[in-house]
Ligand binder design. Structure first.
Ligand SMILES: [Zn+2]
Ligand SMILES: [Zn+2]
Length: 389
């Protein structure tokens, strides 16, 4: 089959590889109908995530059709159209029973690697390095889905393939980020980053009752999309100081809820942002937490900082004193996708949200290498890429 393979830093190729096969009774094989390139795939592309190996198949956002089922699968049949959460969960462990699916204890065969770094391991992830299990991803014609009885969700006919691919990660991730804020009526929510997760977080914040949403970015087209898609107020940090502007927009109080949808590769125009870039360039730092620093500094007293943006290592120069002094609440982590799929499928079916509106580029698996580069360079107003094999 054809698959998009990571061959090294900034080297992605579409290659012919062996077809996947059923390995366990709870597996299914899915023929991919749509798959997306995610902002967090760019961390792999840029060589920011350790333990990638040449030949690893990328992709954790995909949907398709079941073509083969393992002996223990009774809930799915050949021909079912399904979406697959990016986090792999067994459904039966301590964490899965608490609906903390992305913290599943049974789906990462390389847990020891993550335990060395983090104390304990999260779940396995599709197409996201060997620390997260080394699972082949879905930017391919076929993919093996483990624990498919809990990890492949049948789609209703009213949800299109392009809408469904957003259910694998981006929409639940934005929704959980907004839910983690604990939004109250009248709240102002500030969101750093107008990428796909930021946009879904903004729209979800509105659905959860936010009165105002402020979108922070530096690319005019991305800010414009935030205005159109979520009714956000745009704030371009290259034109004005973020802290000053947020202070003014909230009558001197600060946003009630702050969402960092940027993560480890933040850009910035302030001194701390340059400090991060230099440290990272000489391998003295793993992450560039400029957006997170700003969110902590901007947030109103007693507010919430929610972090869907991905971080990997040790964060430097975080204003923890400010967080403590203001009594902030924090929430973060990989998304418990399984928990949200029924709810979000209904929100798509009832037209409360149409995530496919933010797709900017479409292509085939063969187009992937060029599209990775376009996306990385933020060229051509590239916000979201969907590939059909
Ligand atoms: Zn993703
Ligand atoms: Zn589990």
């Amino acid at each position: 089959m054809k698959a998009v393979c990571w061959e090294g830093t900034e080297d992605v190729r579409t290659l012919n590889v062996a077809d996947p096969a059923i390995l366990n009774p709870r597996d299914v094989i899915v023929r991919v109908r749509a798959t997306a390139i995610c902002g967090s795939d760019l961390h792999l592309y840029g060589g920011m995530i350790p333990s990638m190996q040449a030949g690893d198949i990328l992709g954790h956002e995909f949907m398709g059709e079941v073509v083969e089922t393992g002996a223990a699968i009774t809930s799915l049949q050949v021909g079912d159209r399904v979406v697959v959460p990016f986090a792999i969960a067994c459904g039966g462990c301590f964490f899965c029973k608490k609906q903390l699916f992305s913290l599943c204890d049974n789906s990462n065969p390389n847990a020891a690697l993550a335990e060395t770094m983090y104390g304990y391991s999260g779940s396995g992830l599709f197409g996201y390095s060997h620390i997260y299990g080394g699972y082949a991803g879905g930017q391919a014609e076929y993919v093996r889905v483990p624990f498919a009885d809990v990890g492949a969700f049948k789609l209703t006919p009213n949800v299109t393939d392009e809408q469904a691919v957003f259910l694998a990660d981006i929409l639940p991730t934005g929704y959980m980020a907004a839910e983690n804020c604990g939004i109250e009526p009248g709240d102002t929510v500030a969101v750093w980053g107008c990428g796909p997760v930021g946009l879904m977080a903004m729209k979800s914040a509105v659905l959860l009752g936010a009165e105002r949403v402020i979108a922070i970015d530096r690319i005019p087209e991305r800010l414009q999309l935030a205005v159109q898609f979520a009714g956000a107020e745009p704030l371009n940090y290259e034109d004005e100081g973020v802290l000053e502007r947020l202070h003014d927009l909230t009558y001197g109080q600060g946003p009630d809820r702050c969402i960092d949808a940027v993560g480890m590769e933040a850009h910035g125009t302030t001194v701390d942002a340059w400090y991060d870039r230099i440290k990272q360039a000489v391998y003295l730092g793993t992450d560039r937490p400029h957006a997170l620093r700003e969110a902590i500094q901007a947030c109103r007293k007693g507010g919430t900082v929610s972090i869907p943006g991905v971080y990997g290592g040790l964060l430097d120069k975080l204003p923890f004193g400010a967080a403590f002094a203001k009594g902030l609440k924090f929430a973060m982590g990989q998304t418990h996708v399984h928990k949200y799929l029924d709810l979000l499928m209904e929100k798509i079916e009832t037209s409360q949200i149409d995530p496919a509106q933010i797709i900017s580029h479409r292509g085939t698996l063969d187009d992937a290498p060029g599209l990775y580069e376009t996306f990385r360079n933020k060229q051509d107003a590239c916000t979201k890429i969907v590939l059909t094999p």
